[in-house]
Design a protein around this ligand. Structure first.
Ligand code: ZN
Length: 266
């Protein structure tokens, strides 16, 4: 499959000029790194990952295209979304305040998971995020609105680019993962529903890019929102059910855990 052979390579608008959105897909869990091209060769880098060679390759490819990261955004404080590489440069790496608090609190666990699943990262660069309490990412490129919620993790921040109608959804709206709740939250299903409601309210989404999985068009975005809502409905009924996205052992385990949690809460 092209995804495997081209792991880590940037894809997107051939022009790659200002306003272009490029995606690199990792061989680890089909994780996406998104590049939003700004003016003068600057770019916004969202969730760069995952392996060290992939990040080094991303840095080299950006340089080859005459692009350099100007600012970065981590959608949420899970290890595979807070990575970095020295060659990407020393730029502000923002996340929502609640996400930064978790990244700091869980630092040892995040470092441990990165070591296990993507060894070789420079520990000092992992999870070094600055809290940004704002409605948009401050930079001179295309407007990048933030939709902050607690659906999958505290302070989860999706990025919406109104100019191109692109939603970089973080770990939501996936075609290959079920909704994964923040099971430590006070109201995991409620938080997730609120997040879906807020994403649904974005009327101009023409393309959705999930943190894991494949980009989809407007119809696919609506289909995924509906599928995720239906998943939560079934979860709250508390009876065993399945979902076509449960294709791996870890997803099956997460699903069973969520079902137990829903039963306990209901
Ligand atoms: Zn996550």
């Amino acid at each position: 499959m092209s995804e495997t052979s081209g792991a880590g390579r940037l894809r997107g608008e051939p022009s790659g000029g200002p306003g272009a959105v490029l995606i690199a897909t990792s061989e680890f869990d089909v994780t996406t790194s998104t590049v939003v091209v700004g003016a003068g060769g600057g770019c916004l880098l969202i969730d760069p990952g995952v392996t060290v060679p992939e990040l080094a390759g991303l840095a080299a490819e950006l340089a080859g295209r005459g692009l350099r990261p100007r600012v970065a955004w981590s959608t949420h404080p899970h290890w595979d979304h807070v990575l970095w590489h020295r060659e990407l440069g020393d730029v502000p790496r923002y996340a929502a305040p609640a996400a930064v608090a978790i990244a700091d609190r869980d630092r040892e666990a995040i470092l441990g998971e990165a070591r296990r699943s993507a060894p070789g990262h420079e520990a000092a660069l992992i999870g070094r995020l600055a809290a940004l309490d704002a409605g948009a990412i401050p930079w001179d490129g295309p407007a990048a609105q933030l939709i902050i919620h607690d659906g999958h993790a505290p302070g989860h921040g999706a990025v919406f680019l109104p100019g191109s109608g692109t939603l970089i959804a973080g770990d939501m709206c996936s075609d290959i993962e079920i909704p994964l709740l923040d099971t430590l939250g006070a109201d995991p299903v409620g938080d997730y529903r609120l997040a879906l409601t807020r994403l649904s309210a974005l009327r101009e989404v023409r393309r959705v890019i999930p943190g894991h999985g494949h980009a989809g068009d407007a119809a696919e975005f609506r289909r995924r929102l509906a599928a995720d809502g239906a998943y939560l409905d079934a979860l709250e009924r508390g009876k065993p059910f399945s979902d076509p996205r449960i294709t791996k052992d870890w997803l099956r385990a997460a699903h069973e855990r969520q079902l137990r949690l829903a039963r306990a809460g209901g």
